[in-house]
Design a protein around this ligand. Structure first.
Ligand SMILES: *Cc1c(COP(=O)(O)O)cnc(C)c1O
Length: 395
């Protein structure tokens, strides 16, 4: 998964070019920067790679989600449907927007179940944010149909799935906006960074302004720029953008390595009678950052999770029992603990998050273990891992 495993001279050269100019800001300083515009260059390359009209680079994946919500006009009191299996940032972005996260069930993709969505819609529902978790697709084509039919905004959280596709179409391009993260452990990294992509010029314009205090970025005098609305500071620095630019050029190689490693391990595990796999709607479009497999029940998953750790198979996550990616252990969310009073707490329709009941998601997540696919593994290490895993997972 992590692009930091393959840092090299490419990243160093890009960063050095920025340092040589002394201009770390992505806007202005036209003379001093000697034609070096790392953020702009990254945006153009990302939009080209994704086959969309526009991309805006920002400070994190969380920022990208906030920007997408703002650009799409989602705000105070609006209900936004999210999955219970994600990084909590998806939920935080909705709360920070003053909107209301509403949880819906997962299906066998371990992403939002399209068929379950209508049952959580109300007349306040404005948007759905599916998350392509652990590198592979949600049934995003079906989710899009449902959003279209109900007049809802679709925003994709593709923070873990850059380079993934469904039937050849890049993840992040199904919704009105797609969000990516380039944090320190993502497939490609800026250190800290993120991006939104869209085909709609007006959404791009709003995103670009919101991420920089509402600046319209027209002309070359920052002090003379107009502001259509208030925004914030979600900007990326040129140093971070420079690292990401070099990383983006490595994406195809990263995907190729992940896919071949995952294929070998998956084929071996398929021989274990008690092991099944997360459903992947389009195997060829899996970005293959993780291999997620299921055991027959919770007891078996707990036992095998411990057996894998005991056998020295690192990088395996049993999300159901850790504090990380599943709602069950998110006490801060369940108690709705903000640093101060949150806008959602002023609303009459504020849900009781401690009472969120998702039995089908629980039943799936209780059985699931995900293993990170690393880029730096040698052939011999992959072979040793396969042997250790098969032994630990044998009945
Ligand atoms: C990493 C991640 C984010 C947030 O990205 P940051 O850059 O760390 O803010 C959001 N959603 C998902 C699914 C993620 O994995």
């Amino acid at each position: 998964m992590p692009g930091f495993e393959i840092f090299g001279d490419e990243e160093r050269r890009e960063v050095q070019e920025v340092l040589d100019t002394g201009v770390l800001f992505r806007y202005g300083f036209d003379g001093a920067r000697k034609g070096r515009w790392k953020a702009k260059e990254f945006e153009a390359a990302l939009a080209r790679r994704m086959g969309v009209g526009y991309s805006h680079l920002c400070s994190s994946g969380t920022a990208a989600l906030s920007i997408a919500l703002a650009a799409c006009g989602i705000g105070a009191g609006d209900e936004v449907v999210v999955p219970p299996f994600t990084f909590v940032a998806t939920v935080e972005a909705v709360i920070m927007a003053g909107a209301v996260p509403v949880f819906s069930e997962l299906d066998d993709t371990l992403c939002l179940d399209p068929d379950a969505l209508p049952s959580v819609f109300t007349d306040r529902t404005r948007a759905v944010i599916p998350v392509h978790m652990c590198g592979a697709q949600a049934r995003i084509d079906r989710i899009r149909d449902i959003c279209d039919r109900h007049g809802l905004v679709l925003i994709e959280d593709a923070c873990q799935a850059i380079g993934g596709t469904l039937n050849g179409k890049p993840l992040g391009t199904f919704g009105r906006m797609g969000c990516f993260s380039f944090d320190a452990v993502k497939t490609i990294t800026c250190g800290e960074g993120g991006a939104v992509i869209t085909d709609e010029k007006d959404l791009y314009r709003r995103a670009d302004a919101y991420a920089d205090h509402g600046h319209d970025h027209v002309g070359s005098d920052r002090g003379a720029e107009e502001h259509e609305f208030l925004g914030g500071n979600f900007r990326i620095s040129e140093l971070n953008a420079a690292v990401g630019l070099a990383q983006l050029r490595k994406l195809e190689g990263i995907l190729e390595t992940q896919r071949s490693t995952k294929k070998a391990i998956k084929a071996a595990l398929a021989q274990c009678p008690s092991v099944s796999f997360r459903h992947i709607p389009d195997e060829a479009g899996d970005s293959a950052t993780f291999l997620t497999f299921l055991l027959p029940d919770e007891a078996a998953a707990r036992e095998k999770s411990a057996a894998l750790a005991a056998a020295g198979v690192d990088g395996c996550f049993y999300w159901y029992a850790n504090n990380w990616h599943y709602i069950r252990q998110w006490e801060h969310l369940r108690q709705l603990k903000g640093a101060a009073r949150l806008p959602v707490q002023l609303l009459e329709h504020c849900p009781d998050y401690s009472a969120v009941h998702l039995p089908r998601s629980d039943a799936l997540m209780a059985r699931a273990i995900s293993m990170l696919i690393k880029l730096s593994w040698t052939e011999a290490e992959i072979e040793a891992r396969i042997q250790a895993m098969v032994k630990a997972l044998q009945d």
